[in-house]
Design a protein around this ligand. Structure first.
Ligand SMILES: *Cc1c(COP(=O)(O)O)cnc(C)c1O
Length: 382
């Protein structure tokens, strides 16, 4: 333990990490000796890489997420790291892109921003709109679950359930937004994609990975991370590009399918069916752009089953990281890729944990819970 604990009431000091002072009051750490190191945010460290000046005073602390060494790597024979995006202000990486895009909307004089999303992006845009003092127009699908809609409306945005073809909404919203002065920050909005570059920058500050696994739906995240690494390479800040791997759910894998079949354009995936709802876009707006990157750089696309996803989710929870199914796909894919010899032993592998499991709590597999009376507590604890 570094430094000491003291009691704010009686002033006693302790060298061991006790829970409470002998006088009954709480204890707290004293600042350890030496110059504290105050790091700047990634927005500042990579200042020249953003297309606009971020509104730093309105940041909610998005980005600068932990890169955690995973115990699962040992079992798999690789050096495995987890980029934990679940700790962002609204519990997914979407906040990085939303912050930059809303910064732009504010500078450009918009009074309202919007998005098309039933999940993480809806919550993120709703939260940042409130933070920036802008109105939010969040378009959700007719059959979006009540608890998901609540997680969006809690920030005070205007949530609209739209009856009709949800797939067409992406393009309709851009058109109407332009007419009505609402800046729509959809899944692959260019500022959003720029914001995602920060994930690549932060990883590169800590290590040079051989592989990076990216859960992929619309393709915005994949493009952002790819762009980040490419810009680092162009500026000679890294020597080599990692191999990026787009990961999709088998039940909705339009990009992997087109890649495998050697097609240049993606086709709509009929009847998408997967527990990984956050990556179940049947007609990804950046699908063709991702395909082009995969081909150009010799990167890969992998699809994993719902069973594999559930197993990976359980394993991650087993080391203290509760992610939503979409975010466990990377870990499910690592196993597959090692078994098929694509990822070789001893490689440095990073998987992006895109969003928190609390978002999909009603569908999560819980562990055992026991009952115990207070009188029997001692025996229950043994
Ligand atoms: C949005 C999202 C993704 C996929 O990102 P795209 O930019 O749509 O490809 C993956 N995981 C989670 C949890 C998400 O919310």
């Amino acid at each position: 333990m570094r430094g000491r604990l003291h009691c704010p009431i009686c002033g006693r000091e302790y060298d061991k990490p006790i829970q409470r002072c002998s006088c009954g009051e709480p204890v707290e750490f004293e600042l350890f000796e030496g110059e504290p190191y105050i790091a700047k945010t990634a927005w500042e460290r990579f200042y020249d890489f953003w297309p606009i000046e971020p509104e730093l005073e309105l940041s909610l602390g998005e980005g600068d997420t932990p890169l955690v060494r995973s115990r699962l790597g040992k079992e798999l024979g690789v050096k495995l790291y987890l980029k934990n995006e679940t700790v962002n202000p609204t519990w997914s990486f979407k906040d990085r892109g939303t912050f930059l895009a809303v910064s732009y909307a504010l500078k450009a004089g918009y009074k309202a921003v919007g998005t098309v999303s039933t999940g993480n992006m809806g919550a993120s845009v709703s939260a940042y709109a409130s933070r920036f003092g802008l109105k939010a127009k969040i378009l959700v699908s007719e059959n979006a679950g009540d608890e998901k809609v609540k997680a969006i409306s809690v920030y005070g945005g205007d949530v609209i359930r739209v009856k009709g073809d949800y797939g067409k909404l992406y393009f309709e919203s851009l058109k109407l937004g332009e007419k009505l002065g609402v800046y729509f920050i959809n899944s692959d909005n260019p500022f959003r994609v720029e914001g995602y570059k920060g994930i690549a920058f932060e990883i590169a500050e800590e290590l040079s990975p051989d592989y990076v696994l990216i859960p992929t739906s619309s393709g915005g995240l994949f493009r952002g991370i790819a762009k980040g690494f490419i810009e680092l390479k162009e500026n000679e800040l890294i020597e080599e590009l990692p191999t990026l791997i787009a990961v999709q759910a088998e039940g909705c894998s339009p990009i992997c399918r087109a890649f495998k079949e050697g097609k240049e354009k993606i086709e709509r995936f009929k009847k998408p069916e997967t527990i990984a709802k956050a990556i179940a876009n049947p007609y990804p707006p950046s699908g063709n752009a991702v395909l082009k990157l995969l081909r150009e750089f010799g990167w890969k696309c992998v699809a994993v089953s719902d069973e594999e996803i559930t197993e990976a989710q359980r394993k991650l929870a087993g080391e203290g990281l509760f992610v939503q199914p979409a975010s466990a796909t990377g870990i499910a894919a690592v196993k597959k890729l090692i078994e098929s010899g694509v990822i070789s032993e001893g490689s440095k592998v990073v998987s992006i944990l895109t969003g928190s499991g609390l978002k999909t709590l009603p569908h999560a597999e819980g562990g055992e819970v026991r009952e115990c009376s207070l009188e029997n507590l001692e025996s229950c604890l043994r």
